[in-house]
Design a protein around this ligand. Structure first.
Ligand SMILES: NC(=O)C1=CN([C@@H]2O[C@H](COP(=O)(O)OP(=O)(O)OC[C@H]3O[C@@H](n4cnc5c(N)ncnc54)[C@H](OP(=O)(O)O)[C@@H]3O)[C@@H](O)[C@H]2O)C=CC1
Ligand SMILES: O=C1O[C@H](COP(=O)(O)O)[C@@H](O)[C@H](O)[C@H]1O
Length: 507
């Protein structure tokens, strides 16, 4: 038997660069970006010639920013803090106070970056991270352009990571792409979706295309249907101001759920590179059958949680959350049935659902295979065959499970459902992280494979747009329609059960 050598040498540190974070005092920066940058330093993936500039409105000195980030890292680091390492990173932190709308901010930034380049040898390479509300994305890019800060000259690069949400419908996503691409080239633009930073999500590609076992049966001949669930136990918490004009559909579906769908359903790319992968992802989203108004009313279910109990703790209704309208019609749950109209998937339904305050935190892709014929067991005590499921568990468990039937030991022919599990933790050990590490590192080394291209972002909105339009003209009559701690509104079960199928996760 021949095994190929596996290169276990660690990746090299990124080349010299500075990272500028717009929104440096925000929640994302504190909880996720700084811990990620720290983890990159811990894993020796940051260059020695490195610096970070935080930009936000509040006035503070470099020293005040350093001590604020010092407190944050001790609160949010994913695996303890090595003080010496933190000291190394802290000495590379700078702060600029300024308004995102003000051109003066960008001339000051230019000066600051020049000083930093002299001091830290960052080589003129700059990653701008837009950790701000979406309303600022186009404005910041435009002012960066006017200040000449994103001009790439021989020998140095300038790249921009754009956070989510990328628009709030198809039209606004197209406008945002137009505005951004009037300043930046596509290769400078890194539209982030943090689901692509999750190892288990990336592994879908490897699992499908590096194993001769699964790909031959990964189609309508063998697969009965696919379920994609992103269940959260948390409610809207303190994010009512953002969430109440966003809702579960916009917040989760065109981005995170469609990443899972695209990786599960795409054709093999011609190479493991950014463009071939993103081309196949765009193609499969383009192949999702457009929903008519009738389809939306019949195939898409929305819900909003009322009061209830999650994990034994009482939860107030969504409408009672801070900064949420007391008569809000915003959905906190959505389920839908989609079809992909191509050669591989014709006739295979894709059921998707996501919601807040559900009984269990679980993100998974469950693939149900077609039943074996029953004929052989007709004269045995076996009453029916249970379907085979292949379940890719993304979080909190990071596993792949294959569920199949096995004979129960004994003289009679009886069978039971059993499963084979591969667990990331058991096999590779746990690597605590935020999921942003890979994404930031990839941007530093210029690898866009895990980022959305303009057409990927628009393709997601194209599927969702008819739902937004239909819902706008058909306000929900029954909100709140599920209790916090339940699996969503009843019609979400009817959506799949009328096809004589059942949600895989339902207990
Ligand atoms: N928080 C999270 O968990 C996640 C967030 N995101 C996305 O990340 C982005 C940022 O979110 P989040 O960190 O929660 O937002 P916050 O509201 O917590 O932070 C906003 C930041 O922007 C600064 N800011 C706002 N307006 C201006 C202005 N006019 N001029 C200068 N600075 C300004 C604020 O500075 P100051 O405090 O000084 O006013 C603050 O640093 C959003 O696009 C969000 O959708 C994505 C995934 C998860
Ligand atoms: O982008 C978002 O994602 C989170 C869920 O992310 P996860 O990594 O915890 O699965 C969601 O809670 C939030 O509403 C949304 O904006």
């Amino acid at each position: 038997m021949v095994f190929c050598n596996i290169d276990m040498s660690p990746p090299s540190p990124a080349g010299p660069c500075a990272v500028v974070i717009f929104g440096a005092s925000g929640d994302l920066t504190k909880r996720l970006l700084f811990p990620s940058l720290y983890n990159l330093a811990r894993n020796k993936l940051l260059p020695e010639d490195f610096a970070i500039v935080g930009v936000a409105r509040s006035e503070k000195s470099d020293d005040a920013f350093r001590s604020e980030m010092n407190e944050n890292i001790h609160q949010f680091a994913t695996a303890g803090v090595d003080e010496e390492l933190w000291h190394w990173l802290e000495g590379r932190l700078y702060y600029l106070s300024g308004n995102f709308d003000d051109p003066a901010t960008y001339s000051q930034l230019q000066q600051k970056l020049a000083d930093i380049e002299d001091k830290h040898g960052t080589g003129g390479n700059v990653l701008f991270y837009l950790a701000t509300a979406e309303d600022y994305f186009a404005k910041i890019v435009s002012l960066l352009g006017e200040a000449g800060l994103v001009r790439e000259e021989a020998g140095h690069w300038r790249r921009v990571i754009v956070e989510k949400p990328f628009g709030h419908d198809l039209e606004s996503a197209r406008t945002l792409n137009r505005e951004i691409l009037s300043v930046l080239s596509e290769s400078q633009t890194y539209r982030i979706d943090h689901y692509l930073g999750k190892e288990t999500v990336q592994n879908i590609l490897v699992f499908r295309f590096a194993n001769g076992l699964f790909e031959p049966i990964w189609n309508r001949n063998y697969i009965d249907h696919v379920q994609i669930t992103v269940a959260e136990t948390v409610g809207v918490e303190q994010r009512g101001g953002f969430y109440d004009h966003t809702g579960a559909l916009r917040d989760m579906v065109p981005n995170h759920l469609f990443q899972l769908l695209a990786l599960t359903a795409m054709e093999p790319p011609t190479a493991f590179n950014a463009d071939p992968v993103r081309t196949e992802k765009a193609k499969v989203l383009e192949a999702v059958e457009p929903l008519s108004e009738q389809d939306v009313l019949h195939q898409v279910v929305r819900g909003q949680y009322g009061e209830g109990t999650v994990a034994g703790k009482p939860v107030a209704a969504y409408r009672a959350s801070p900064k949420v309208a007391p008569d809000s019609n915003t959905e906190t749950f959505v389920a839908m049935k989609l079809a992909i109209d191509n050669w591989r998937w014709a006739g295979v339904p894709f059921y998707l659902r996501t919601g807040k305050t559900l009984p269990k935190r679980a993100t998974e892709v469950a693939i149900q295979f077609k039943q074996a014929p029953f004929a052989l067991f007709r004269d045995t005590p076996v009453e029916c065959l249970t379907p085979n499921f292949l379940v890719v568990k993304i979080q909190p468990e990071e596993q792949i499970s294959l569920q199949f039937s096995a004979k129960v030991p004994g003289p009679a022919v009886r069978m039971n459902g059993v499963q084979m599990d591969f667990s990331y933790k058991d096999f590779f050990g746990a690597a605590p992280g935020t999921g942003y590490e890979t994404l930031i590192y990839d941007c530093m080394i210029g690898d866009a494979i895990l980022f959305q291209r303009a057409d990927n972002a628009e393709a997601g909105w194209k599927v969702v747009d008819p739902i937004l339009k239909t819902w706008a003209s058909h306000p929900p009559a029954d909100f709140p329609n599920y209790a916090a701690g339940s699996w969503g509104p009843r019609p979400a079960n009817a959506l799949i059960e009328r096809d004589l199928r059942y949600w895989h996760l339902y207990d």
